[in-house]
Structures are given as structure tokens and as C-alpha cells.
Design a protein around this ligand. Structure first.
Ligand SMILES: [Zn+2]
Length: 256
């Protein structure tokens, strides 16, 4: 996952989105239908190009979920099929690839219920009239509004899997498991291989910097692809002897 804060480049996008959102009216089933229809026509329209461009630029063009493929769609973090009142919300977008968006995330969503505190999966029977979902905090980690590494750790020694940082029984643990295993399947084989390749590239850059210092060496980090690997390398540097040696030789790399 790529943690990205997306600034509104023009300062004018929010009112435009608010106007579009104001068109989503009626009772809940009507709003669900309107949200789907309006997004179909507006989501890829020239009017929303600045929104798509801002998200794409902030994420370096990569999918904010898998951090590996090129992003080419605006995903709704709170799925529009369940949350029509957020279909045009600036803070509800995630720049995503088609695979993460349509194969894995789709309309999957779950919350910790405001009433019971328990997990509630937001699902809909297509044969029934839609009803408003139970309110609560999301289980899915939001790469646009949160730092995924607060909940996840990356195994740098062999598996290259994302795993929960917090112990079983905590909400943080549940959120990590839900995000990585149930929804986005972030430990897919080719993603783990790509993380290993990024690790090797970062480690090589450190070793080269120790040998031949260059002010541009941190360019290796300019691509946000698998930057979580780099952040995990910094976080774990005092635990792994090889990384400790490299970072000790180039202390400024901690600020790269
Ligand atoms: Zn993806």
C-alpha cells in the first residue's frame, strides 16, 4: 500500500464535487441508484479529470492498494453501492488498478458497529430493496487517510508478506487481516517478488552510497512503487545486522 495525501491542486475541485453530490437526492434506494448512474457518466468525464490527475500524480501513477501496478481508476474507499452520499467526496477516492478495484475490493466493506462495537459486514441481497448500512468505523485501512504501516509490518526476511503489527484480539489486528487477506490479497506471489526486488534495489543504493557518495542517490526513492519496503527497512534497521551496518555507514539515508 502507498500512503498518499492528495492535495487539491486548484482549490476549486471541492465545490464542483459538492455540486455533483447535491444531485444525489431522494430516499436511500433512489440515492444508491443515482450514485451508480451519475458516476457512470461523470466518473470518467473531462470535468473530473483534475481529480483523477491529482490522485494519479500524488501516487506516482501507482495503485495505492497494491503499490505495484499502474493505477487507472478512481476507487471509492467507502463503496458507492453502499454509501451513495460519498460518491463525489474528495476524501473518498483511492487511485487504484483495475485488478485491486474490480477483482479484489469490489463492494467488500465492513465496519466496527457504532452500537455493538462488533464487526458488521456490509452486504446486500440484490433481490431486496437496499437499506442503509449500519454505521461504524471501517475495517479496511485507508491509504489516502492513514499510514498503513501503523497497522502492518513487512517481513523483510524471506516471505515479503504484510502481517499485522498488533496482537490478536485488537482492532488493529482485525483491520490488518481484513485489509491484507480478506479484501485486497496483498500477499499475492508477484507482489511479494516485487517487494523483494525493491528491497534489493534500495539495499544496493545504500551500499553504492557507502562506496561512492552521490547527492542524487536518493533518486531510487522518487518512485512511490513499494515505498513501504523502504519505510520498513528504516524502521527495522536496528534489528537486522546488514541494514544496521548500511544505515550506520550512511546515517543521512534515514532522512531520504
Ligand atoms: Zn492494485
Amino acid at each position: 500500500m502507498i500512503s498518499v495525501r492528495v492535495p487539491d491542486p486548484s482549490g476549486e475541485l471541492h465545490p464542483k464535487l459538492a455540486d455533483y453530490q447535491a444531485e444525489i437526492t431522494g430516499d436511500y434506494p433512489q440515492r444508491v441508484e443515482l450514485a451508480g448512474n451519475k458516476w457512470k457518466t461523470r466518473g470518467s468525464s473531462p470535468q473530473l479529470r483534475p481529480v483523477r490527475d491529482a490522485y494519479s500524480e500524488a501516487s506516482g501513477g501507482y495503485c495505492m492498494y497494491c503499490a505495484n501496478s499502474e493505477g487507472n481508476v478512481l476507487d471509492h474507499f467507502w463503496p458507492k453501492a453502499h454509501y451513495p452520499d460519498m460518491v463525489f467526496s474528495w476524501t473518498n477516492f483511492v487511485h487504484a488498478c483495475g485488478t485491486c478495484n474490480t477483482t479484489y475490493k469490489r463492494t467488500r466493506f465492513a465496519v466496527f458497529s457504532t452500537i455493538s462495537g462488533n464487526r458488521v459486514d456490509i452486504v446486500r441481497d440484490p433481490k431486496q430493496v437496499p437499506v442503509e448500512p449500519e454505521s461504524g468505523d471501517p475495517l479496511l485501512i485507508d491509504p489516502g487517510r492513514e499510514n498503513p504501516l501503523q497497522y502492518l509490518r513487512l517481513d523483510l526476511l524471506g516471505t515479503w508478506e504484510f502481517r499485522p503489527r498488533f496482537p490478536i484480539g485488537t482492532r488493529e489486528y482485525e483491520r490488518a487481516k481484513y485489509t491484507v487477506e480478506e479484501v485486497l490479497h496483498l500477499n499475492r506471489g508477484h507482489l511479494r517478488k516485487a517487494r523483494q526486488a525493491s528491497y534489493d534495489a534500495f539495499r544496493r543504493a545504500l551500499a553504492e552510497q557507502a562506496q561512492t557518495p552521490s547527492p542524487d542517490r536518493d533518486q531510487v526513492l522518487r518512485e512511490p512503487r513499494h515505498l513501504a519496503v523502504w519505510h520498513e527497512m528504516k524502521r527495522e534497521r536496528n534489528k537486522l545486522p546488514e541494514l544496521k551496518r548500511l544505515f550506520d555507514a550512511i546515517p543521512q539515508a534515514c532522512y531520504w
